[in-house]
Design a protein around this ligand. Structure first.
Ligand code: PMP
Ligand code: PLP
Length: 536
């Protein structure tokens, strides 16, 4: 949207929680406007002298922005070559970035005297500048005065949003399968998640509208006014919410006056549809960085003409989880409240991390950072492809079928059956055609979500009173065989009332970390144990 046409955010102050309204500017922080004035003798703050900081400078060796090839060959994707970098045989692939304690132009250049000192909760100005430009270029918000406000990772980002937008006892809307930590952080405040049905594109707008339209305040309490969503690399399902779906969800949120919290740590790990090995071309992604970015599913910000989206970005998946650095993008009123909250908790993200990451980003520059992100996207795509190939092979899946599973209606599903070669099967239907598990290859993120058809177990294997659910029984067998995956029940937005009954189990399997050979071994064990379980 052209910037001259953009409107400012509308007044959404009625969404603020009581706690958030009650936050005051720290009297000492109010002195901030004087800081930086030339010649000012400041004796106001309890600032230790920079001379007493033991670090006189820090430096780090960082990979060059184009370290990862845009060609998803397995060998490059195994990351083993990375370790060669550290054997010092390939030093040209890194650059050393240094951050001195003092610099000639402290307002422009990152320096430890400032980065390690008390500062504003908005973080280093140089970081703020970079992320503001990044947001405008990449996410293209549809309103004019969107504001960035640093946090210490999306976990903190959501926690702050929750406390800023909701009072204890309130409910928030989310996908029926969701990120457990988001639910866990709300529980001690007496808040709870209200599940909304999903399909292959994520949250379903008709289901969202139904929940809101049919909300009965007398029996259900206050109608939710916050929606928490993981739209890309949906955790745990691995789906990607495209532009049409986002626009539809946004429109429902305008109609019912809902604030959308977009927790989007996997935005740049979009991988597109899985193409089976036999028909997959092993060529480099020839698109320019701009063409690659233009092909990604857009952020909710692109549709946000009112300022009702709080987007959460994090460096966890693109730099390192231990960096504990990210930011909110939202309307200025919410950003100001989040800043007040930051002042009385973390103050600001750690100065070491901020200064190193800011210096790296400024060294790479916008083009370099997008090249880095593009390289990572290809790496994860190669991992996704490899792991799905392994599962298909180990589970003897020859081809995808069009879905019969309602959750995955209208998309290609991979169904696995017990192995035919090993003799008779004691399925209820007494047939080798008894489906054992199904999955839809993820289109982004780090996870494969597998549905296990325990309802196809023979009748005598059905659980009795006091038995573990079949999901936990099979999960235990797989864990005992040496592969730790996540049982599906962890991810139910409402664990008391999960979206499916016990005879339909799920597993979330991550392909983000193990090396390729290990992923293959894991697929073998999962396939073997599931097959055994269905025949036992
Ligand atoms: N408590 C008191 C009494 C302080 O004086 C200060 C620093 N001025 C703080 C907390 C802030 O400590 P920190 O930098 O560890 O957050
Ligand atoms: N939100 C979602 C949906 C995630 O999947 C994760 C990581 O697993 C996080 C947040 C945590 O992010 P951070 O490290 O930025 O706190």
């Amino acid at each position: 949207m052209a910037s001259e046409k953009r409107q400012k955010a509308i007044d959404l102050s009625h969404h603020l929680s009581d706690i958030s309204r009650a936050r005051e500017t720290s009297p000492l922080k109010g002195l901030g406007k004087y800081f930086g004035r030339p010649g000012l003798i400041s004796l106001a703050g309890g600032l230790p002298s920079e001379a007493y900081f033991p670090f006189s400078g820090i430096s780090g060796d960082a990979l060059v922005a184009d370290s990862f090839s845009l060609k998803p060959t397995e060998q490059e994707s195994s990351l083993s070559w990375i370790w060669k970098l550290f054997s010092r045989t390939n030093k040209e692939k890194t650059n050393t970035i240094t951050i001195p304690k003092y610099v000639e132009h402290p307002a422009e250049d990152v320096n430890l005297a400032v980065a390690l000192q008390y500062g504003m909760a908005t973080g280093l100005p140089q970081l703020q500048k970079f992320i503001k430009e990044f947001v405008e270029k990449i996410y293209q918000p549809a309103y004019e005065d969107c504001t960035v406000m640093v946090h210490t990772g999306n976990t903190d980002g959501w926690s702050r949003c929750m406390q800023t937008l909701m009072n204890p006892g309130e409910a928030f809307l989310t996908e029926e399968w969701t990120y457990p930590s988001a639910v866990a952080s709300s529980k001690p405040y007496g808040m709870h998640a209200v599940p909304v049905a999903m399909d292959k594109d994520g949250m379903n707008p008709a289901a969202l509208r139904k929940v809101l339209a049919e909300w009965d305040t007398t029996t259900q309490g206050k109608r939710p006014h916050v929606l928490y969503t993981v739209p890309v690399g949906q955790n745990p399902v691995g789906s990607t919410m495209g532009a049409t779906r986002k626009k539809a969800i946004y429109d429902v949120c305008v109609e019912f006056d809902i604030i959308i919290v977009e927790d989007d740590p996997y935005f740049f790990l979009q991988q597109g549809e899985y193409v089976p090995k036999a028909s997959r071309a092993d060529t480099a992604d020839a698109s320019s960085e701009d063409a690659w970015l233009a092909g990604l599913a857009p952020s909710f910000l692109r549709f946000d003409y009112q300022g009702r989206v709080v987007r959460l970005d994090t460096f966890s998946k693109y730099i390192a989880p231990g960096s504990r650095l990210g930011w909110h993008t939202c309307n200025p009123l919410f950003a100001e409240r989040l800043e007040r909250q930051g002042e009385t908790s973390a103050q600001a993200p750690c100065g070491f991390g901020q200064s190193l990451i800011t210096t790296l980003l400024n060294h790479w520059q916008m083009d370099g950072y997008t090249r880095w992100l593009h390289g990572l996207a290809i790496q994860y795509k190669a991992r996704r492809d490899w792991f799905i190939d392994c599962l298909a092979e180990e589970l003897h899946i020859e081809a995808a079928t069009s879905s019969t599973v309602s959750f995955w209606k209208d998309c290609v599903v991979y169904d696995a059956y017990p192995k035919r070669s090993t003799g008779w099967l004691m399925s209820e239907k007494g047939s080798v055609d008894t489906k054992m598990l199904s999955f839809v290859p993820p289109t982004s993120g780090m996870f494969v979500w597998i549905k296990v058809h325990f309802d196809n177990l023979p009748a005598y294997r059905r659980i009795g009173e006091g038995d573990e659910s079949p999901e936990i029984q099979l999960w235990t067998k797989i864990a005992d065989a040496g592969v730790l995956i996540s049982p599906g029940w962890f991810f139910a937005a409402d664990v008391e009332n999960p979206p499916t009954d016990e005879m339909e189990g799920h597993f979330r399997i991550s392909f983000s970390n193990a090396d390729f050979d290990t992923l293959k071994k894991a697929a073998q064990i999962i396939a073997r144990e599931t097959d055994k379980f269905f025949k036992a």
